[in-house]
Design a protein around this ligand. Sequence first.
Ligand code: ES4
Ligand code: ZN
Length: 320
Amino acid sequence: MKSLPKVELHTHLEGAAPPAFIRGLAQEKGMDISGVFAPDGGYAFKDFWHFLKVYEAATSTLTTPEDYHRLTLAVLEESAAHGVIYTESFMSPDFCGGRDLSAWREYLHAIQEAAAQAEAQMGIILRAVVTCVRHFGPEKARETALCAAETAGDFITGFGMGGDEQSGKQGDFAWAFDCAREAGLRLTTHAGEWGGPQSIRDALDDLRVERIGHGVRAIEDDALVDHLAEREIVLEVCPGSNIALGLYPDWQDHPIERLRERGVKVTISTDDPPFFHTTMTREYDRLADAFGWNEDSFRDFNIVAAHAAFCDTETRARVL
Ligand code: ES4
Ligand code: ZN
């Protein structure tokens, strides 16, 4: 499984930071973030909302473009080691200069330089989905969308929203998504993870996204499952993340197989791999065990993911 070529659509750049990397940065800068780590050296949190706090504390060690350059290299090295050939990562101007356009351009330059280096050395392709953070509110999302619109292009190809799904409504962020769409960006948002089926309907109706981050709770609404299948809405499913956060008790209980059987376009991603003690190899291994999937099944998932990727046609051709 490890060497099988993989296309991944849903990771968060800071959320993929190896804990040793963050601990090293904190030490260099004399910052005390000991509350972030478990005794085994991994990240420690008790539920999703605590996870968001720990995520922000870990991210507070990333204070310069140079830090993001090192982070990007460390993250891509790890992904490439698990066979990932194309990855889309959520990046937040909130954490990269505080939504200030000139600062954001500097962070972006550093990230892109690292991506070019990783592509030359390891063949892995990175594309960026600029993300607003839902619990920071619609006004900050508007500033984030303006940063995204100003820097949209070959590298920044999408716009999305993460954060606390129970904070506000999808529709509160329509201005930001409209702004991003007008700049030519492709759209996705987290929905149907902590919100129920209605949060997915709201994402489609109010934000007009073409992909859904997670979306697994569509399984609770038969008509919605049919609607997703008919409209060919792609779900960025992160099974290991859902299980680590207690959304489903075990791999066999995860709805990814039922969604696939009913014709929904599902893809496989890690979300925040070290936080959830996972890798793309582990996702494939566990899914193979739970549902009897084999290399051919995973090849099919990767074709779906490559077609749903927010990249240009030449890049897609290199991945397919
Ligand atoms: C998230 Cl804002 C953010 N960052 C990392 N992982 C997430 N999952 C949901 N929102
Ligand atoms: Zn996510």
